[in-house]
Write a protein that binds this ligand. Structure first.
Ligand code: C5P
Length: 360
Protein backbone atom coordinates (compact mmCIF):
# COMPACT_ATOMS: atom_id res chain seq x y z
CA UNK A 1 0.00 0.00 0.00
CA UNK A 2 1.26 3.49 -0.71
CA UNK A 3 1.58 4.80 2.86
CA UNK A 4 3.39 8.01 3.53
CA UNK A 5 7.06 8.59 4.00
CA UNK A 6 7.65 8.40 7.74
CA UNK A 7 8.43 11.70 9.40
CA UNK A 8 10.78 11.99 12.33
CA UNK A 9 11.01 14.95 14.67
CA UNK A 10 13.31 15.70 17.52
CA UNK A 11 11.49 15.37 20.79
CA UNK A 12 11.45 17.66 23.80
CA UNK A 13 14.59 16.09 25.21
CA UNK A 14 16.55 17.38 22.20
CA UNK A 15 17.72 13.99 20.99
CA UNK A 16 14.81 11.60 21.41
CA UNK A 17 13.13 11.16 18.02
CA UNK A 18 9.44 10.80 17.45
CA UNK A 19 8.35 9.08 14.25
CA UNK A 20 4.99 8.98 12.52
CA UNK A 21 3.43 7.49 9.41
CA UNK A 22 -0.08 7.31 7.98
CA UNK A 23 -1.35 4.23 6.16
CA UNK A 24 -4.55 3.80 4.17
CA UNK A 25 -6.49 0.72 5.28
CA UNK A 26 -8.67 -0.34 2.34
CA UNK A 27 -11.56 -2.76 2.86
CA UNK A 28 -12.18 -5.95 0.87
CA UNK A 29 -15.04 -7.87 -0.64
CA UNK A 30 -15.11 -11.61 -1.28
CA UNK A 31 -15.92 -12.29 -4.93
CA UNK A 32 -16.14 -16.00 -4.07
CA UNK A 33 -16.51 -17.68 -0.67
CA UNK A 34 -17.03 -21.44 -0.45
CA UNK A 35 -17.32 -22.71 3.13
CA UNK A 36 -16.21 -26.24 3.94
CA UNK A 37 -16.74 -28.20 7.14
CA UNK A 38 -16.14 -26.83 10.62
CA UNK A 39 -12.69 -27.95 11.79
CA UNK A 40 -11.65 -29.17 15.23
CA UNK A 41 -10.28 -25.68 16.01
CA UNK A 42 -13.70 -24.10 15.41
CA UNK A 43 -12.75 -22.49 12.10
CA UNK A 44 -14.27 -23.48 8.78
CA UNK A 45 -12.21 -24.55 5.79
CA UNK A 46 -12.51 -21.84 3.12
CA UNK A 47 -11.87 -21.27 -0.53
CA UNK A 48 -12.23 -17.57 -1.25
CA UNK A 49 -11.30 -14.83 -3.69
CA UNK A 50 -10.48 -11.55 -1.97
CA UNK A 51 -10.63 -8.21 -3.74
CA UNK A 52 -9.55 -4.83 -2.32
CA UNK A 53 -11.92 -1.91 -2.66
CA UNK A 54 -11.02 1.79 -2.31
CA UNK A 55 -13.26 2.37 0.71
CA UNK A 56 -10.73 2.90 3.43
CA UNK A 57 -9.89 3.88 6.95
CA UNK A 58 -6.79 5.97 7.61
CA UNK A 59 -4.42 4.73 10.29
CA UNK A 60 -1.75 7.00 11.78
CA UNK A 61 0.95 5.39 13.90
CA UNK A 62 3.22 7.50 16.08
CA UNK A 63 6.23 6.12 17.92
CA UNK A 64 7.30 8.11 20.95
CA UNK A 65 10.34 7.50 23.10
CA UNK A 66 9.81 5.20 26.07
CA UNK A 67 11.98 6.72 28.81
CA UNK A 68 10.99 3.85 31.11
CA UNK A 69 12.06 1.31 28.49
CA UNK A 70 8.54 -0.22 28.37
CA UNK A 71 6.18 -0.64 25.47
CA UNK A 72 2.82 1.14 25.68
CA UNK A 73 -0.04 0.89 23.21
CA UNK A 74 -2.75 3.46 22.74
CA UNK A 75 -5.53 3.18 20.16
CA UNK A 76 -8.18 5.83 19.63
CA UNK A 77 -10.24 7.12 16.76
CA UNK A 78 -13.58 7.95 15.29
CA UNK A 79 -15.07 9.13 12.04
CA UNK A 80 -18.06 8.79 9.76
CA UNK A 81 -17.69 4.97 9.41
CA UNK A 82 -18.51 4.47 13.06
CA UNK A 83 -22.27 4.00 13.53
CA UNK A 84 -23.83 6.29 16.12
CA UNK A 85 -23.73 4.70 19.54
CA UNK A 86 -20.64 2.64 18.62
CA UNK A 87 -17.40 3.17 20.48
CA UNK A 88 -14.16 2.21 18.83
CA UNK A 89 -12.53 -0.44 21.06
CA UNK A 90 -9.51 1.23 22.66
CA UNK A 91 -5.88 0.24 23.13
CA UNK A 92 -5.25 -3.51 23.02
CA UNK A 93 -9.00 -4.21 23.06
CA UNK A 94 -8.82 -3.05 19.46
CA UNK A 95 -7.35 -5.51 16.94
CA UNK A 96 -5.08 -2.67 15.76
CA UNK A 97 -3.65 -2.42 19.29
CA UNK A 98 -3.13 -6.17 19.42
CA UNK A 99 -1.32 -5.92 16.08
CA UNK A 100 1.09 -3.40 17.65
CA UNK A 101 1.57 -5.63 20.70
CA UNK A 102 2.32 -8.73 18.61
CA UNK A 103 4.66 -6.70 16.41
CA UNK A 104 6.54 -5.47 19.49
CA UNK A 105 6.95 -9.04 20.71
CA UNK A 106 8.22 -10.15 17.32
CA UNK A 107 10.59 -7.20 17.20
CA UNK A 108 12.09 -8.21 20.52
CA UNK A 109 12.81 -11.61 18.94
CA UNK A 110 14.32 -9.97 15.85
CA UNK A 111 16.46 -7.40 17.70
CA UNK A 112 20.17 -7.52 17.14
CA UNK A 113 22.07 -8.11 20.32
CA UNK A 114 24.43 -10.44 22.09
CA UNK A 115 23.85 -13.97 20.90
CA UNK A 116 22.40 -12.97 17.53
CA UNK A 117 18.95 -12.19 16.27
CA UNK A 118 18.28 -10.65 12.91
CA UNK A 119 20.40 -7.60 12.17
CA UNK A 120 18.68 -4.28 11.52
CA UNK A 121 20.19 -0.96 10.49
CA UNK A 122 17.47 0.95 12.39
CA UNK A 123 17.10 1.33 16.11
CA UNK A 124 14.96 -1.42 17.53
CA UNK A 125 13.48 -0.88 20.91
CA UNK A 126 10.48 -0.22 23.09
CA UNK A 127 8.34 2.78 22.28
CA UNK A 128 5.06 4.31 23.18
CA UNK A 129 2.93 3.37 20.19
CA UNK A 130 -0.03 5.59 19.48
CA UNK A 131 -2.53 4.51 16.83
CA UNK A 132 -5.19 6.90 15.60
CA UNK A 133 -7.87 5.45 13.31
CA UNK A 134 -10.07 7.58 11.09
CA UNK A 135 -13.00 5.21 10.43
CA UNK A 136 -14.76 5.29 7.11
CA UNK A 137 -15.36 1.54 6.68
CA UNK A 138 -18.40 0.39 8.66
CA UNK A 139 -17.57 -2.27 11.28
CA UNK A 140 -19.26 -5.70 11.42
CA UNK A 141 -20.21 -5.32 7.76
CA UNK A 142 -18.25 -8.13 6.04
CA UNK A 143 -15.74 -5.64 4.62
CA UNK A 144 -12.80 -6.51 6.86
CA UNK A 145 -12.58 -2.99 8.34
CA UNK A 146 -11.10 -3.90 11.74
CA UNK A 147 -8.75 -6.42 10.14
CA UNK A 148 -7.62 -3.80 7.61
CA UNK A 149 -6.74 -1.43 10.47
CA UNK A 150 -4.63 -4.16 12.11
CA UNK A 151 -2.91 -4.88 8.78
CA UNK A 152 -2.19 -1.16 8.36
CA UNK A 153 -0.57 -1.04 11.81
CA UNK A 154 1.72 -3.93 10.81
CA UNK A 155 2.73 -2.13 7.60
CA UNK A 156 3.24 1.15 9.45
CA UNK A 157 5.46 -0.41 12.11
CA UNK A 158 7.45 -2.26 9.46
CA UNK A 159 8.07 1.07 7.72
CA UNK A 160 8.90 2.98 10.89
CA UNK A 161 11.32 0.32 12.09
CA UNK A 162 12.94 -0.16 8.68
CA UNK A 163 11.40 -3.53 7.67
CA UNK A 164 13.14 -5.73 10.27
CA UNK A 165 10.68 -8.63 9.88
CA UNK A 166 10.67 -10.69 6.72
CA UNK A 167 7.49 -11.26 4.76
CA UNK A 168 6.86 -14.76 6.10
CA UNK A 169 7.16 -13.58 9.72
CA UNK A 170 4.88 -10.62 9.07
CA UNK A 171 2.22 -12.81 7.43
CA UNK A 172 2.46 -15.28 10.31
CA UNK A 173 1.81 -12.44 12.77
CA UNK A 174 -1.08 -11.29 10.60
CA UNK A 175 -2.65 -14.78 10.63
CA UNK A 176 -2.58 -14.78 14.42
CA UNK A 177 -4.65 -11.60 14.41
CA UNK A 178 -7.41 -12.89 12.12
CA UNK A 179 -8.11 -15.05 9.09
CA UNK A 180 -8.29 -12.17 6.60
CA UNK A 181 -5.45 -10.04 8.01
CA UNK A 182 -2.71 -11.70 5.86
CA UNK A 183 -4.64 -10.75 2.72
CA UNK A 184 -5.20 -7.22 3.98
CA UNK A 185 -1.49 -6.69 4.71
CA UNK A 186 -0.93 -6.85 0.98
CA UNK A 187 -4.32 -6.25 -0.67
CA UNK A 188 -5.07 -6.46 -4.37
CA UNK A 189 -6.70 -9.72 -5.46
CA UNK A 190 -5.83 -13.10 -3.95
CA UNK A 191 -7.13 -16.60 -3.46
CA UNK A 192 -7.46 -17.53 0.23
CA UNK A 193 -7.40 -21.09 1.56
CA UNK A 194 -7.40 -22.97 4.86
CA UNK A 195 -9.29 -20.63 7.24
CA UNK A 196 -8.58 -17.77 4.79
CA UNK A 197 -5.09 -16.95 6.04
CA UNK A 198 -3.16 -18.83 3.32
CA UNK A 199 -3.10 -16.35 0.46
CA UNK A 200 -1.97 -16.63 -3.12
CA UNK A 201 -1.92 -13.26 -4.94
CA UNK A 202 -3.53 -13.12 -8.39
CA UNK A 203 -3.19 -10.45 -11.07
CA UNK A 204 -5.42 -7.57 -9.97
CA UNK A 205 -6.58 -6.71 -13.52
CA UNK A 206 -9.15 -5.97 -14.68
CA UNK A 207 -10.35 -3.72 -11.90
CA UNK A 208 -14.04 -4.34 -11.35
CA UNK A 209 -16.93 -1.84 -11.51
CA UNK A 210 -18.88 -2.59 -8.33
CA UNK A 211 -21.83 -1.21 -6.41
CA UNK A 212 -21.61 -1.60 -2.64
CA UNK A 213 -24.90 -1.68 -0.73
CA UNK A 214 -23.86 -0.36 2.67
CA UNK A 215 -26.53 -0.90 5.29
CA UNK A 216 -26.85 0.23 8.88
CA UNK A 217 -27.51 -3.42 9.89
CA UNK A 218 -24.61 -5.33 11.47
CA UNK A 219 -23.71 -9.03 11.64
CA UNK A 220 -21.14 -10.70 13.90
CA UNK A 221 -18.93 -13.19 12.05
CA UNK A 222 -19.05 -16.08 14.59
CA UNK A 223 -22.86 -15.91 14.67
CA UNK A 224 -23.06 -16.11 10.88
CA UNK A 225 -20.81 -19.19 10.72
CA UNK A 226 -22.81 -20.76 13.59
CA UNK A 227 -26.04 -20.11 11.71
CA UNK A 228 -24.63 -21.79 8.59
CA UNK A 229 -23.76 -24.88 10.67
CA UNK A 230 -27.32 -24.97 12.03
CA UNK A 231 -28.86 -24.57 8.57
CA UNK A 232 -26.65 -27.36 7.27
CA UNK A 233 -27.57 -29.66 10.17
CA UNK A 234 -31.24 -29.09 9.44
CA UNK A 235 -30.72 -29.69 5.70
CA UNK A 236 -31.67 -26.07 4.94
CA UNK A 237 -28.33 -25.23 3.29
CA UNK A 238 -26.26 -27.46 0.99
CA UNK A 239 -23.75 -29.52 3.02
CA UNK A 240 -20.03 -28.93 2.54
CA UNK A 241 -18.75 -31.01 -0.36
CA UNK A 242 -22.07 -30.83 -2.24
CA UNK A 243 -20.09 -29.59 -5.25
CA UNK A 244 -16.48 -28.92 -6.24
CA UNK A 245 -15.78 -25.26 -5.30
CA UNK A 246 -12.37 -25.39 -7.02
CA UNK A 247 -14.13 -25.64 -10.39
CA UNK A 248 -16.40 -22.73 -9.55
CA UNK A 249 -13.44 -20.58 -8.56
CA UNK A 250 -11.48 -21.57 -11.68
CA UNK A 251 -14.45 -20.59 -13.85
CA UNK A 252 -14.64 -17.18 -12.14
CA UNK A 253 -10.88 -16.60 -12.43
CA UNK A 254 -11.04 -17.52 -16.15
CA UNK A 255 -13.88 -15.07 -16.73
CA UNK A 256 -11.96 -12.31 -14.90
CA UNK A 257 -8.76 -13.08 -16.84
CA UNK A 258 -10.77 -12.71 -20.06
CA UNK A 259 -12.29 -9.46 -18.69
CA UNK A 260 -15.66 -11.07 -19.42
CA UNK A 261 -17.67 -9.53 -16.58
CA UNK A 262 -20.98 -10.72 -17.99
CA UNK A 263 -19.73 -14.30 -17.61
CA UNK A 264 -18.22 -13.51 -14.18
CA UNK A 265 -21.48 -12.11 -12.74
CA UNK A 266 -23.37 -15.37 -12.23
CA UNK A 267 -20.17 -17.03 -10.92
CA UNK A 268 -19.95 -14.81 -7.82
CA UNK A 269 -20.65 -17.02 -4.81
CA UNK A 270 -20.94 -16.81 -1.04
CA UNK A 271 -21.97 -19.89 0.95
CA UNK A 272 -22.67 -17.66 3.98
CA UNK A 273 -25.50 -15.97 2.11
CA UNK A 274 -28.25 -18.29 3.43
CA UNK A 275 -27.03 -17.73 7.00
CA UNK A 276 -26.86 -13.94 6.48
CA UNK A 277 -30.41 -13.92 5.06
CA UNK A 278 -31.65 -16.03 7.97
CA UNK A 279 -30.20 -13.52 10.47
CA UNK A 280 -30.83 -10.37 8.43
CA UNK A 281 -33.57 -10.81 5.78
CA UNK A 282 -32.80 -7.50 4.07
CA UNK A 283 -29.68 -9.16 2.60
CA UNK A 284 -31.92 -11.05 0.19
CA UNK A 285 -33.75 -7.86 -0.76
CA UNK A 286 -30.48 -6.03 -1.44
CA UNK A 287 -29.07 -8.86 -3.56
CA UNK A 288 -32.23 -8.96 -5.69
CA UNK A 289 -32.37 -5.17 -5.91
CA UNK A 290 -28.81 -4.95 -7.27
CA UNK A 291 -29.49 -7.65 -9.86
CA UNK A 292 -32.72 -5.95 -10.94
CA UNK A 293 -30.92 -2.61 -11.14
CA UNK A 294 -28.67 -3.82 -13.95
CA UNK A 295 -25.76 -5.57 -12.20
CA UNK A 296 -24.63 -8.75 -13.97
CA UNK A 297 -24.28 -10.48 -10.58
CA UNK A 298 -24.51 -9.74 -6.86
CA UNK A 299 -23.32 -11.46 -3.69
CA UNK A 300 -22.82 -10.92 0.02
CA UNK A 301 -19.32 -9.87 1.10
CA UNK A 302 -17.69 -11.98 3.82
CA UNK A 303 -20.10 -12.60 6.67
CA UNK A 304 -22.33 -9.71 5.56
CA UNK A 305 -24.53 -7.85 5.65
CA UNK A 306 -22.83 -5.72 2.93
CA UNK A 307 -23.92 -6.85 -0.52
CA UNK A 308 -22.11 -5.87 -3.71
CA UNK A 309 -23.10 -5.97 -7.35
CA UNK A 310 -20.82 -6.37 -10.36
CA UNK A 311 -21.52 -4.12 -13.36
CA UNK A 312 -20.12 -4.17 -16.90
CA UNK A 313 -18.50 -0.74 -16.59
CA UNK A 314 -18.47 2.29 -14.28
CA UNK A 315 -21.29 4.06 -16.13
CA UNK A 316 -23.52 1.04 -15.56
CA UNK A 317 -22.36 0.78 -11.94
CA UNK A 318 -23.35 4.42 -11.34
CA UNK A 319 -26.69 3.91 -13.08
CA UNK A 320 -27.35 0.72 -11.06
CA UNK A 321 -26.54 2.53 -7.80
CA UNK A 322 -29.02 5.32 -8.71
CA UNK A 323 -31.72 2.83 -9.72
CA UNK A 324 -31.27 0.73 -6.59
CA UNK A 325 -31.50 3.86 -4.42
CA UNK A 326 -34.69 4.89 -6.20
CA UNK A 327 -36.32 1.43 -6.08
CA UNK A 328 -35.31 0.45 -2.52
CA UNK A 329 -38.40 -0.51 -0.50
CA UNK A 330 -39.51 2.11 2.03
CA UNK A 331 -38.14 0.13 5.01
CA UNK A 332 -34.64 0.25 3.51
CA UNK A 333 -34.38 3.74 2.12
CA UNK A 334 -32.46 5.96 4.46
CA UNK A 335 -30.69 2.93 5.93
CA UNK A 336 -28.84 1.75 2.82
CA UNK A 337 -26.33 3.65 0.69
CA UNK A 338 -25.41 2.42 -2.79
CA UNK A 339 -21.81 3.30 -3.64
CA UNK A 340 -20.39 2.76 -7.15
CA UNK A 341 -16.62 2.22 -7.19
CA UNK A 342 -13.84 0.58 -9.16
CA UNK A 343 -12.21 -2.24 -7.18
CA UNK A 344 -8.50 -2.38 -6.42
CA UNK A 345 -6.07 -0.56 -4.21
CA UNK A 346 -6.14 3.20 -4.12
CA UNK A 347 -3.11 5.14 -5.33
CA UNK A 348 0.32 3.99 -6.32
CA UNK A 349 0.08 0.38 -5.28
CA UNK A 350 -2.23 -0.50 -8.15
CA UNK A 351 -0.78 -3.65 -9.67
CA UNK A 352 1.53 -4.23 -6.73
CA UNK A 353 0.06 -7.68 -6.19
CA UNK A 354 2.14 -8.68 -9.21
CA UNK A 355 5.20 -8.17 -7.03
CA UNK A 356 3.97 -9.25 -3.61
CA UNK A 357 7.33 -9.59 -1.91
CA UNK A 358 8.21 -5.91 -2.00
CA UNK A 359 8.42 -4.42 1.46
CA UNK A 360 4.96 -3.26 2.41
O1 C5P B 1 -10.29 -15.28 12.01
P1 C5P B 1 -11.25 -14.35 12.65
O2 C5P B 1 -10.84 -13.98 14.05
O3 C5P B 1 -11.59 -13.17 11.83
O4 C5P B 1 -12.60 -15.18 12.81
C1 C5P B 1 -13.68 -14.74 13.60
C2 C5P B 1 -14.64 -15.89 13.80
O5 C5P B 1 -15.26 -16.25 12.56
C3 C5P B 1 -13.99 -17.17 14.29
O6 C5P B 1 -13.88 -17.19 15.68
C4 C5P B 1 -14.97 -18.22 13.80
O7 C5P B 1 -16.13 -18.26 14.63
C5 C5P B 1 -15.42 -17.64 12.47
N1 C5P B 1 -14.62 -18.15 11.33
C6 C5P B 1 -14.80 -19.47 10.93
N2 C5P B 1 -14.04 -19.95 9.89
C7 C5P B 1 -13.18 -19.16 9.24
C8 C5P B 1 -12.98 -17.81 9.62
C9 C5P B 1 -13.74 -17.34 10.68
O8 C5P B 1 -15.60 -20.21 11.51
N3 C5P B 1 -12.47 -19.67 8.22
Amino acid sequence: MPGRTPTATVGPGGHRPEARTTEPAPAKVNLFLAVGPCRADGYHELLTLYESVPLQDEVTVTLRPAPDGRWRFRVSGGGPGLPSGWELPRDTENLAGRAALLYAEALAGAAPGPGGGRASSRPVGPAHVEVRIEKRVPPAAGLGGGSADAAAVLRALQRLYGHPLDTADLLELAARLGSDVPFLVRGGRAVGRSRGEVVLPRPAAPRLPLVLALTTSRLQTPEVYGELDRLRERGEAPPPGADDPERGLEALLDALAAADLERAGPLLRNDLEAACVSLCPEVEVLTRLLRESGCVGAAVSGSGPTVFGLARDMDEASAAARRAGRDAPPGLSGRVTFVPLLSGLPGERRGAAANPLEPF
